[in-house]
Design a protein around this ligand. Structure first.
Ligand code: CUA
Length: 315
């Protein structure tokens, strides 16, 4: 579907036409009901106006059938909208399992991005066409929001936690990228471009003649950090180790010292690195140092990527 009178940006992702269809349907409903209500007001105003020498108006007779019918019709209409909206919402918020993960860190006032092979870029995102891409995003300072109008996707980026956004581009080209949450003086400058390339071009770009020197993937960087910070001293498979062995932990249930259980997802790993005593694993003493303020968001993402790799999770 071509964008309507160019009011909407062009459609360049798999969800764009679905989002637009709902939007146009809502506009159509608004137009129909506005014209209907305004038209009836005018027609009835003329037809039933009081004539100068006419009789006093009849007492209105009570019959609620019209109201009931209108109520039922509107209920069905709204439920259709709800169901339709929910369907597109779910489609829009659940990335496919094979999505390629790109790490995003927002800070005043730029977007920092990192690809699975370690290639980094700022304010420009290169992606392959026709392949699902998932962004795992966080912020170093305030709330930002990642918005690609042509893809019809938008997600707040928050300090202290991870949010996700996914999309699949349907055509190559350059599309605007914005920060769409006011985040300070240069908020309006915080944006750039999404470059959608063919798979072959993307591979060529990824291998990057420019940054040709051997670059670390997030997993490799995380492994190096893991050693540098001395994590493996305690987190090893040996008996009597001071910390839990991290192999196979990601994505699985962990028993805590207070008897409860958590799923070891990114959020949990993040918390346990920054503030290890918040959710202590059963059977271990609270001896791990607090890493809050010691490592930054990039390093956190790398450590988590490494821990995920120990469980065979991609990236
Ligand atoms: Cu970042 Cu607005």
């Amino acid at each position: 579907m071509k964008s309507v009178f160019n009011i909407l940006p062009e459609q360049a992702s798999t969800v764009a036409s679905h989002v637009d269809a709902i939007y146009l349907f809502l506009i159509a409903i608004s137009v129909v009901f506005t014209l209907l209500a305004a038209g009836l007001v005018i027609v009835f105003g003329v037809k039933f106006r009081r004539r100068p020498d006419g009789p006093a108006p009849e007492k209105p007779h009570e019959d609620s059938r019209l109201e009931m019918a209108a109520g039922a019709f509107l209920l069905v209409l709204l439920l259709v909208l709800f169901g339709w909206g929910a369907k597109v919402y779910f489609q829009n918020t659940r990335p496919p399992a094979d999505a390629m993960e790109i790490l995003v860190t927002g800070k005043q006032w730029m977007w920092k991005l990192q690809h699975p092979n370690g290639r980094r870029e700022i304010n420009t995102l290169h992606i392959p066409v026709g392949k699902p891409v998932q962004l795992t995003m966080t912020s170093e300072d305030v709330i930002h929001s990642f918005f690609i109008p042509a893809f019809r996707v938008k997600q707040d980026v928050l300090p202290g936690r991870y949010t996700r956004l996914w999309f699949q581009a349907t055509k190559t080209g350059r599309y605007r990228l914005f920060c769409t949450e006011y985040c300070g003086t240069e908020h309006s400058m915080m944006g750039g471009w999404v470059n959608v390339m063919t798979a072959a071009d993307y591979e060529r770009w990824l291998s990057g003649e420019v940054a040709g020197a051997a670059q670390e993937t997030p997993v490799q960087a995380g492994e190096r950090l893991f050693t540098q910070l001395g994590c493996q001293t305690c987190h090893n498979a040996g008996s009597g180790a001071l910390g839990p062995n991290l192999a196979g932990v990601f994505g699985h249930t962990v028993k805590l010292a207070d008897g409860s259980e958590v799923i070891a997802d990114e959020e949990y790993l993040r918390e346990s690195i920054l503030n290890p005593h918040a959710k202590l694993v059963a059977g271990f003493a609270p001896v791990m140092p607090v890493f809050k303020g010691i490592i930054n968001e990039d390093q956190l993402l790398q450590l988590i990527a490494y821990i995920k790799s120990l469980s065979g999770a991609s990236n």
